[in-house]
Design a protein around this ligand. Structure first.
Ligand SMILES: Nc1ncnc2c1ncn2[C@@H]1O[C@H](COP(=O)(O)OP(=O)(O)OP(=O)(O)O)[C@@H](O)[C@H]1O
Length: 625
């Protein structure tokens, strides 16, 4: 790309219509919205940001005494910055110009003391504030993570995992950056500004008036800039979340990407999101980068005007203006605009933090999965399960309709049906992941909605065909079934699950580290580990999603044998794909398009000569199930 093109490239964004664009959060399709909607959006945003500020302050407020001390230090250091120029100007007028040096030593000592005190106050205020900020961010991060753990599965269905992660990391980091320095900076700027103004007015209202001339220019300049930056800071956080979501998904699904040779489209998709982030970042940084430049120009302008007008007054000895006073004013005028400059700079960091905070508090405001006030404890279960006229939908269209069946303690129920029929959904409902639209699910005669969810789930063992293994050793992964199990108990469970053999062959045995997706061991071995995990958990009710992937016959036999041991004496629900599992079940439930079309034992269903019979007699049954 030629240099000219590189230089020209970003400027096509100038076409953005700010009247529409600036006052709304940018929509996901990146199109500016209708002006009326924009006004509504602006009001909403202001409210959101006020609310986000209020909530961050509430967190900070938990450390009121320490914060109060920081405030004292901030006020002290801000006032101390006024002392230096004042003493220098005083020395010029009273000692240098009069050539009388008696007492100058004391003034210089005072000057030295004020600078030392200023350094100490600044050091401690920063040190303490960083501690407070880190403690506050620690609490926000913990609260957010705990909240995420309590949210219902439906929440995760709707969002990209990477975007959620971006909120836990990047957005919180932005809040952290602001708390570390911005709050102190903003306060210090305000105090310094007021202090300087007071001293300047006391010394010379005329020179103060001249210094103030630049304020309206600064105000309008800054307003123009910050209006533009705030949109892009928010957009930057949003596009970063999208990019993280995409990266997470494509890195986790690398095998799929490679299998289907989708590297190019994936790279294109990434570049598209990367480009959106670059665009938002470019404009946010460009506009915020204008701030120091504009302030600098205005600073120099006020400096020149003070020197010139003050000089003329001092030479003509009018309005009581002296050379020392001009020195004080020149220095103060620099310090006078510095707080405004700092405020403007911090304002951008603040906006970026508030954009992040809003996204963090959005999650905090989601309804967590909660037990009812009188939820019943679940200590042990017989394993009697009944679905009574259950109706359910994920969205608009019904997924399950009028589903009724019963599993007596110890029985095995096999679900059979075409893909998308609702087999997994039934199992998800049993775990209480989603609320029902109609009907009731009972366990041991109790409606599951009145049982303590966590305790109910502890009684449910789940072995999915794509078992999730965590980063950690095999020992830790099996122990996940029951955290207080001893090593011997873990090994015993592995033996029952037919997993001990292959684990012992691994060079590090039970201490073998697994990667997050269980990389390093085979699909069948992963299943054996998850069976061992379920055996250790010793649940009353089992949920099995039978593997469809082909596993070698020896491992397959081991899995079948381990499952038989695991299922013995427990109520088991199996999403069945293998003929012998289906035949061995006490009850077979045939699902089609969310309704039960047939129900009974293998013999009964074969005699019915319905869909099940057709499936069984069809040669390519595996493709239908
Ligand atoms: N989290 C979800 N959000 C929205 N719709 C979903 C969700 N999970 C499943 N569905 C839809 O619900 C219907 C039933 O899906 P379900 O996974 O229960 O079918 P299944 O019988 O288990 O299929 P398979 O044998 O392919 O696993 C499908 O149409 C599916 O697209």
């Amino acid at each position: 790309m030629s240099l000219l093109k590189v230089l020209k490239e970003p400027f096509h964004y100038k076409k953005i219509d700010w009247r529409n664009y600036r006052s709304t959060s940018v929509k996901s399709d990146n199109k500016p919205v209708h002006p009326h909607a924009a006004r509504a959006g602006k009001a909403q945003k202001a409210r959101d940001w006020k609310e986000a500020t209020r909530r961050i302050l509430a967190y900070l407020g938990r450390r009121k005494p320490v914060l109060a001390f920081v405030m004292v230090l901030v006020v002290a250091s801000s006032l101390l910055t006024l002392v230096g120029p004042f003493l220098i100007g005083y020395s010029i007028d009273n000692y240098l110009l009069t050539m009388q040096f008696d007492g100058l030593g004391s003034v210089l000592l005072l000057l030295l003391a004020s600078y030392i005190a200023l350094s100490l106050a600044t050091f401690f205020q920063n040190f303490i504030m960083v501690r407070v900020a880190q403690a506050t961010v620690f609490e926000i991060r913990s609260d957010l993570f705990s909240q995420i753990q309590r949210l219902p599965i439906g929440f995760f269905d709707k969002r990209q995992h990477g975007d959620i992660m971006s909120r836990v990391t990047n957005d919180i980091e932005n809040i952290s950056a602001t708390l570390n320095s911005s709050i102190v900076q903003i306060l210090s700027s305000l105090v310094t500004f007021v202090g300087i103004l007071a001293v300047m007015l006391y010394l010379s209202p005329v020179l103060t008036g001249i210094t103030m001339l630049v304020i309206p220019l600064m105000f309008y300049g800054l307003r123009w800039i910050t209006r533009r930056t705030q949109v892009f800071f928010k957009e930057q956080q949003r596009t970063l979340g999208r990019l993280n979501g995409y990266s997470e998904e494509t890195i986790a699904g690398q095998q799929m990407v490679k299998t289907f040779s989708r590297e190019e489209p994936v790279i294109e998709g990434f570049n598209e999101r990367n480009e959106a982030l670059r665009e938002a970042g470019f404009w946010a940084q460009t506009y915020s980068g204008f701030i120091p430049k504009v302030m600098n120009v205005l600073n120099n302008l006020s400096f020149a005007v003070i020197a010139f007008v003050g000089g003329v007054f001092a030479i003509n000895q009018t309005a009581g203006i002296t050379v020392g006073m001009i020195v004080i004013f020149v220095e103060y005028s620099r310090q006078f605009t510095r707080p405004l400059n700092d405020l403007a700079n911090q304002f951008n960091t603040l906006l970026s933090a508030l954009a992040g905070a809003e996204r963090v508090f959005d999650i905090m405001d989601e309804h967590p999965e909660e037990d009812g006030v009188n939820a019943l404890p679940v200590k042990s279960l017989e394993g009697h399960v009944a679905f009574k006229r259950v109706g359910f939908s994920y969205g608009e269209t019904p997924t399950l309709q009028n589903v009724s069946f019963e599993a007596k303690p110890g029985e095995t129920v096999a679900f059979v049906g075409p893909t998308g029929a609702g087999k997994t959904t039934i199992i998800n409902l049993l775990t209480g992941f989603y609320p029902l639209n109609s009907g009731v699910i009972e366990v041991d005669g109790y409606d599951i909605t009145i049982l303590k969810k966590e305790e109910l789930r502890q009684q449910l063992g789940v072995v999915l065909q794509d078992s999730f293994l965590f980063q950690g050793t095999i020992m830790e992964n099996i122990r996940y079934g029951r955290l207080n199990a001893t090593n011997d108990e873990v090994i015993e469970a592995a033996k029952l699950a037919n997993a001990h053999g292959f684990i012992s062959y691994l060079p590090k045995g039970y201490k073998t580290s697994l990667t997050q997706d269980g990389g390093g061991i085979s699909q069948g071995q992963k299943q054996l580990i998850s069976i061992a995990r379920a055996i250790l958990a010793d649940p009353a009710i089992l949920i099995l999603d039978e593997a469809t992937s082909s596993i070698d016959t020896v491992t397959e036999m081991k899995i079948q044998e381990a499952l038989k041991r695991l299922m013995a004496g427990r109520t088991s629900f199996v999403i069945a794909h293998r003929l012998n599992t289906i035949e061995a079940a006490d009850k077979i439930i045939v699902l089609q398009e969310g309704t039960i079309t047939e129900k009974g034992s293998h013999e009964e269903l074969m005699n019915e000569r319905g869909f099940y019979y057709e499936l069984q007699t069809s040669k390519n049954m595996d493709t239908i199930l």
